[in-house]
Design a protein around this ligand. Structure first.
Ligand code: GTP
Ligand code: MG
Length: 493
């Protein structure tokens, strides 16, 4: 338990005491207290058909989120770790009721029964999965859909109103590459007010990356290039921590690959390379070539749904290069899908920052109760002061605020050392090694040497009379981060 988590807990307990005579508020605050100890809540958001549910499945490693156009894709759905599979529908009005747990062809089916999506507040799926132990994933309906209601539900969930904080601690925002319409997508991203999303709790995914350039073999290479361009764009930097290109469908299929699929792909890989290339020029050609062929049209249709043209082309080439079983092929496909990069980014930006993101959610929650102003009179003063004290006193929050300001360009660090400063503030991960740009597992004496060098370097900036006030303050914060690293190593008294 970190000092920050302790402080957040203290503020919540104080608030529960202040609001003890208002049962609804007190109960809600109790929920927030429980939330502190729960896994981090990460919402997956984006436009309709951006590939949200598919990516969620890739992250879980199972097909738990329905990807068809059923009623259930229009409901906010939570996926939590649980000992046994269970699905519960929470209506807006009335008591929650369990739904049948059914799988069809490996995919979980969520049947709302007689309840319409509009009547559903949320569906909660408990599912035993390693990846859900540390993170609860929340699938949200597509934003800016043809049905106003659906997008309203997502916006309401992610950014309820000025006074109710969002229920997610962090957001993965999916966007598809829109040729020459970068500005438009950025506006859409901002307009939707995603999750009170500040740059620090949002990671963007360039989704369906295999479709870029019509699914050519170098699609992922192009997609990574585009993601890098977005990352460097000052506007995008102001909106999110990072941009990663992911071919979600490929990742989902790789994580759930079956023997029969490998067998069919291996048969395709045995066809003359040029012939297969020609077949793969379009979906129609590929299907037509199934007539009287070893791999039938029906099997081809299934492969298309699971892999896409790009995935089939890539898989057959990997099999030719020696991926001789489902496990070997799956590993290669996951490597190429961009999923590992995303997992790494989620780890450094979200999991390693768990406590600060949780504490942020908790303080936002108490603050929202205070601002709703249903009077508890003079007791509120100490509570407000306590929130301010934690917000201004915890260096973790100073780091978050500063990283946000640096990303939006409202504050700048000395140009030569700007990247170094952002890294020291925890931009690339909160561990000492990540902050110092060292490999994980670097011996602690080397970490300490690097930290001392950084401390000296940044101390010099703080006494440079040529720098403006805001920059000097920012440099002081970096110095404080260096001191924090050293204190953590036990080398500062
Ligand atoms: N080629 C390709 N297709 C994808 C990818 N991800 C998703 N799809 C396909 O796009 C369609 C929509 O995918 P979903 O995962 O349901 O998208 P979603 O964003 O959850 O959609 P809604 O919840 O309806 O807004 C499905 O047919 C998927 O198979 C991808 O990475 N590549
Ligand atoms: Mg969906």
């Amino acid at each position: 338990m970190t000092a920050l988590a302790d402080s957040a807990r203290r503020v919540l307990l104080l608030a529960i005491d202040v609001y003890r005579h208002q049962p609804d508020t007190a109960r809600w605050l109790h929920d927030q207290l429980r939330r502190l100890d729960e896994p981090l809540r990460v919402a997956i958001a984006g436009k309709v058909k951006a590939g949200k549910s598919t990516l969620l499945n890739a992250l879980v490693g199972e097909q738990v989120a329905p990807t068809d156009a059923g009623e259930c894709t229009r409901v906010v759905t939570w996926y939590r770790d649980g000992t046994t599979p269970r699905i519960v529908l929470h209506p807006h009005i009335g008591t929650p009721r369990p739904l049948p747990v059914r799988r069809h062809d490996g995919a979980l089916e969520i049947d709302l029964g007689a309840t319409s999506a509009e009547e559903c507040e949320r569906v909660v799926v408990d599912w035993p999965a390693q990846s859900l132990r540390t993170t609860t994933l929340i699938d949200t309906p597509g934003i800016a859909s043809t049905s106003k209601d659906v997008s309203r539900r997502t916006v309401a969930f992610l950014d309820p109103d000025d006074d109710t904080p969002t229920e997610a601690d962090a957001v993965v925002y999916l966007m598809r590459h829109v040729h020459a319409q970068d500005a438009a997508f950025l506006e859409a991203f901002r307009d939707q007010g995603v999750a009170r999303a500040t740059a620090v709790n949002t990671v963007a995914v360039l989704s369906r990356a295999d479709e870029i350039g019509g699914g050519r073999v170098d699609a992922m290479f192009s997609a990574r290039g585009i993601a890098a361009r977005y990352r460097a764009d000052p506007t995008v930097r102001g909106l999110c921590q990072n941009v990663v290109a992911v071919a979600g469908l490929l990742a989902q299929t790789a994580r759930t690959l079956r023997q029969a699929e490998h067998t069919a792909l291996a048969a395709l890989a045995r066809t003359a390379r040029d012939d297969l290339e020609t077949e793969l020029l379009s979906v129609d050609r590929f299907l037509r070539a199934g007539r009287d062929a070893e791999v039938t049209t029906e099997v081809r249709d299934r492969l298309l749904a699971r892999f896409g043209l790009f995935g089939i082309r890539l898989s057959s080439s990997l099999i030719r290069q020696g991926a001789d079983g489902p496990a070997a092929l799956a590993t290669e496909l996951v490597d190429r899908s961009g999923l590992r990069e995303l997992e790494q980014v989620l780890h450094t930006q979200f999991a390693e920052r768990r406590d600060v993101l949780k504490a942020r959610s908790a303080l936002l929650a108490v603050d929202s109760v205070l601002r709703s102003g249903d009077g508890t009179g003079h007791h509120q003063g100490p509570l407000t002061r306590e929130i301010d004290r934690v917000l201004s006193g915890a260096h973790e929050f100073t780091e978050l605020r500063l990283l946000s300001a640096l990303r939006s360009g409202s504050v700048t660090l000395p140009k030569r050392d700007a990247d170094d400063g952002e890294r020291l503030l925890g931009d690339a991960g909160a561990s000492p090694a990540a902050r110092l740009g060292l490999e994980p597992g670097t011996p602690s004496n080397e970490v300490a040497d690097a930290a001392y060098a950084a401390l000296e370097r940044w101390h010099r900036h703080t006494v440079n009379p040529m720098l403006g006030r805001a920059t000097t303050d920012a440099c002081r914060a970096v110095v404080r981060s260096c001191e924090g690293i050293l204190a953590g190593l036990g080398t500062l008294a």
